[in-house]
Design a protein around this ligand. Structure first.
Ligand SMILES: CC(C)(COP(=O)(O)OP(=O)(O)OC[C@H]1O[C@@H](n2cnc3c(N)ncnc32)[C@H](O)[C@@H]1OP(=O)(O)O)[C@@H](O)C(=O)NCCC(=O)NCCS
Length: 218
């Protein structure tokens, strides 16, 4: 199995991040993983099986034992105590990040196909400031940037959830571009909390997919 490196500048001795086409991911599903929550999942069994294969390869590179990745009743992942992690999959690709518990406090990763965030969705997903920024972009950049901003909110949500157990709506936080590879996120009308501290990193996987990641340090 070929796993592509992702955010290599962020990977440390205790953190592994990678992606692969779903069809390239092979492995056997741990029967414990196929528990009640997975059985009720709307995902096809092969998708669960393949995303678990990527998580296992990344855990293996950190010399973490193979363990089933269970899900809570709210669908959030229940990572074994010795690790933190996050995963994301779309129709064709899967990305995941796994970190040792003493290397990272929480992780949120997300991948998205460019072009799915249509203008009719913007009032739901984006603040006035975010939409004003989009208005300043040329059409070529616009599709990628709206996808990146949406993905950043999903990565933030996944990172903060294990720490706060809180729902965050799309209008509750605002994304700003810092530079070509990083974004900031903060509530528009409230003081920022510790979970808004880290930057969100962004990368292109290929011509049509973007990835974002947020890491909460120890
Ligand atoms: C939870 C959510 C972010 C998942 O994103 P998605 O685009 O549907 O799917 P992805 O493939 O990117 O990610 C799926 C993975 O997210 C993880 N996940 C699900 N709920 C999670 C939670 N509460 N916290 C952390 N991770 C979660 C799971 O590992 C899941 O994988 P699995 O279904 O194979 O077990 C999304 O469904 C959701 O509920 N979004 C609304 C909240 C939100 O994003 N707010 C943004 C403003 S901050």
């Amino acid at each position: 199995m070929v796993i592509h490196s992702l955010f290599p500048d962020l990977a440390t001795a205790g953190l592994a991040i990678g992606w692969a086409p779903l069809e390239d991911l092979q492995g056997t599903l741990d029967p414990d993983e196929w528990d009640g929550h997975c059985q009720r999942s709307t995902l096809p069994p092969t998708r669960i099986h393949r995303r678990s294969a990527l998580v296992k390869v990344l855990a293996d590179t950190l010399e973490l034992s193979a363990q089933p990745l269970r899900r809570a009743s709210d669908r959030s992942p229940l990572w074994p105590a010795d690790r933190r992690g996050s995963l994301s999959h779309c129709t064709a690709l899967c990305a995941a990040a796994v970190g040792r518990h003493d290397a990272v406090q929480s992780i949120g990763i997300d991948i998205e196909k460019i072009g799915r965030i249509e203008p009719k969705l913007w009032p739901t997903l984006f603040s006035e400031n975010e939409r004003a920024y989009f208005d300043s972009l040329n059409p070529e950049r616009l599709a990628a940037e709206t996808t990146v901003f949406f993905s950043a909110k999903e990565a933030f949500y996944k990172c903060q959830y294990p720490l706060t157990q809180s729902w965050v709506g799309f209008q509750d936080v605002e994304v700003t571009r810092i530079d070509d590879c990083t974004l900031g996120i903060a509530p528009p009308n409230l003081p920022p909390q510790p979970c808004h501290g880290p930057s969100i990193h962004t990368a292109r996987l290929d011509d049509t997919h973007v990835a974002t990641i947020m890491l909460m340090p120890i």
